[in-house]
Design a protein around this ligand. Sequence first.
Ligand SMILES: O=C(O)C(=O)Cc1ccccc1
Length: 282
Amino acid sequence: MKIGYLGPKATFTEAAAALLFPSQPREPYDTIPDCIDAAAAGEIEAAVVPLENALEGSVNLTLDYLIHEQPLPIIGEIVVPIEQHLMVHPYFTPHWREVKEVYSHSHAIAQCRKFLHTVLKGAKQVPMTSTSAAAKFVSEHPHLPAAAIANRLAAEKYGLVIVQENVHDYDYNHTRFIVVSRRKEPLSPASPLYAGDKTTVVVMLPQDRPGALHQVLSAFAWRRLNLTKIESRPAKTGLGNYFFIIDIDAPMDDVLIPGAIAEIEALGCTVQLLGSYPYYFA
Ligand SMILES: O=C(O)C(=O)Cc1ccccc1
């Protein structure tokens, strides 16, 4: 069966999917929800979608869709270095500094803020569903004074010319991509990129209980469970109501994590397990 990814062809997500599933056919989807829905419907074996960027933070669309709309388990994760390049239609190469519009994914635009503010000051920044969707758009509109920010594969695929390489503002620019699937088994750790296992839970605190978050964190702390991320997202039930998404740097076991979850539930919290899965580093 195919592996779905945020498309069109030549996104960073496709590159991540190719690293994890080098010999499986791939199917692009226009949006993150479309891709996750296809995995939920069983049209594809698994969906690969971006989750978090080192410079810009979480991809809220992915987190919120998994929590509120389509609670598929996470079965794997890969962290990939990201290089953003500025590209134009060949016709525009000599005058690229005069472009009036820059198209890209909102995270990519955010990763290049300083470059855009200084070198392309005043150019309109237009968010697209992905970086390669932006590259495709620019290639299909040769008469627009437009550039795209995307990766090298996208420049090659859509016939654009890279006029400035590495336009992201900070060198350490990595993105986490997750694999979600109806099939519950995590990916096999056989790959040479395998770097460890983690477990992700979503915790909803009880209303008006002073110290509840502190007690949740203690349940992990005294068991010496290392947390690698804690993030709050609106529960969408009222101002001030949040979910906490917590990454634990350990695989699901028989004692420690179930014990922590039971303790947290006893506090009156609800706990949802998003997955326990291997992670890979490219
Ligand atoms: O738009 C893409 O190519 C994606 O795969 C999403 C994304 C955007 C910016 C950085 C990393 C991934």
